[in-house]
Design a binder for this molecule. Structure first.
Ligand SMILES: *[C@@H]1O[C@H](CO)[C@@H](O)[C@H](O)[C@H]1NC(C)=O
Ligand SMILES: *[C@@H]1O[C@H](CO)[C@@H](O)[C@H](O)[C@H]1NC(C)=O
Ligand SMILES: *[C@@H]1O[C@H](CO)[C@@H](O)[C@H](O)[C@H]1NC(C)=O
Ligand SMILES: *[C@@H]1O[C@H](CO)[C@@H](O)[C@H](O)[C@H]1NC(C)=O
Ligand SMILES: *[C@@H]1O[C@H](CO)[C@@H](O)[C@H](O)[C@H]1NC(C)=O
Ligand SMILES: *[C@@H]1O[C@H](CO)[C@@H](O)[C@H](O)[C@H]1NC(C)=O
Ligand SMILES: *[C@@H]1O[C@H](CO)[C@@H](O)[C@H](O)[C@H]1NC(C)=O
Length: 286
């Protein structure tokens, strides 16, 4: 069975990871959100399957407000055209907040696209698209979100690929009130995902399987020691320490490297779609 270690770094922070001795079940933290029979456990691995019957998804049982959440994922190998695997955090309702990684599959040997998006107070339309600097189907890589009062950062391994700073001073709503679930899913998106929807899923190559090895959640879980305010020994939370309030100089260099070499699309740069540039695009983005 998939197995997680639960380690209380401070009394309210949970760090969860596979491969350890002191174990709780994957099922204690997550649950299938649809198509239970397409969510498969194999040893330490968890697999989500898309076939001509269904896609699949899972979500955390708890919700989290601020912290870091991530997963090690190996994406659908070979011909993945028309498939999308997503790893995301989301709250509920029409005025919801959401952070998305969407991995857009491709024909065998052609590159995946990683599309990211951010919703705040129900408004999204903030897509960015990049290529990766490695083959995401060859090995596991960590995809994660860092989230605090000052910024949301999307990481691929230790490389920040996107930052959404708190731009409330520019009138941009910032996600800071709505706890979110951590979720993942795979589905048929061949009407848009691959080469603009021209490449369809070839069902003779199904099932399409994305594989998860571990999860890392070090975040403020709703309802856990709520009366304590969730403070650590210093009366604060690690993600609100100054060192996490903005990117380090090294992280800024890495983000610029991604933007120079791997970005394909940036909504901030799309004047056809946004004749008036969205306000946060005027702020410092990297
Ligand atoms: C789905 O795939 C299975 C196995 O490949 C095949 O037998 C079945 O006919 C397919 N069903 C549909 C609705 O395409
Ligand atoms: C969120 O959107 C609603 C509906 O448009 C609006 O009334 C509210 O003021 C917004 N909240 C923030 C924080 O911008
Ligand atoms: C798929 O491959 C084509 C050709 O290399 C490329 O133009 C496209 O950006 C790739 N990714 C997707 C998701 O279409
Ligand atoms: C689907 O894959 C099969 C097996 O590889 C191949 O023979 C067929 O031509 C493919 N269909 C399309 C529409 O590309
Ligand atoms: C943790 O989340 C709760 C809401 O679920 C919030 O009231 C509290 O301020 C948060 N604490 C920290 C340390 O972020
Ligand atoms: C607590 O504060 C000390 C001194 O400012 C600092 O070195 C340490 O990293 C802090 N610990 C935590 C858990 O925030
Ligand atoms: C931004 O726009 C310029 C001019 O239209 C274009 O040359 C460039 O490729 C765009 N960059 C991105 C990341 O979209």
């Amino acid at each position: 069975m998939a197995c997680l270690r639960m380690q209380s770094c401070f009394f309210f922070i949970l760090t969860l990871c596979f491969w350890a001795s002191n174990c709780v079940e994957f099922n204690d933290i997550f649950e299938p959100s649809w198509a239970t029979d397409h969510v498969m456990y194999e040893g330490e691995l968890l697999k989500l399957k898309l076939d001509n019957v269904s896609g699949a998804g899972f979500a955390s049982k708890a919700t989290y407000l601020f912290g870091k959440t991530g997963a090690q994922i190996k994406l659908v190998p070979g011909d993945s055209a028309g498939t999308v695997t997503a790893f995301y955090m989301s709250s509920e309702g029409t005025l919801h907040d959401e952070f998305d990684f969407e991995f857009l599959g491709n024909a065998s040997g052609e590159p995946y696209i990683v599309q990211t998006n951010i919703y705040s107070n129900g408004t999204g339309n903030r897509e960015q698209r990049i290529y990766l600097w490695f083959d995401p189907t060859a090995d596991f890589h960590t995809y994660s979100f860092l989230w605090n009062h000052n910024q949301v950062v999307f990481f691929v391994d230790s490389v920040p690929i996107r930052v959404f700073p708190n731009n409330e001073r520019l009138g941009v709503p910032y996600p800071k009130k709505q706890p979110m679930k951590v979720s993942s899913s795979i589905w048929n998106a061949d009407n848009w995902a691959t080469q603009g929807g021209r490449l369809k899923i070839n069902w003779s190559h199904s099932p399409f399987i994305s594989t998860y090895k571990s999860f890392d959640i070090d975040a403020n879980e709703s309802g856990v020691n709520a009366e304590s305010g969730g403070v650590n020994e210093n009366g604060s939370k690690w993600w609100d320490m100054p060192s996490y309030s903005k990117l380090s100089p090294l992280q800024r260099r890495m983000l610029r490297w991604v933007h120079r070499n791997y970005i394909i699309y940036d909504y901030c740069n799309d004047s056809t779609r946004f004749p008036t540039s969205p306000p946060e695009c005027a702020g410092l983005r990297f």
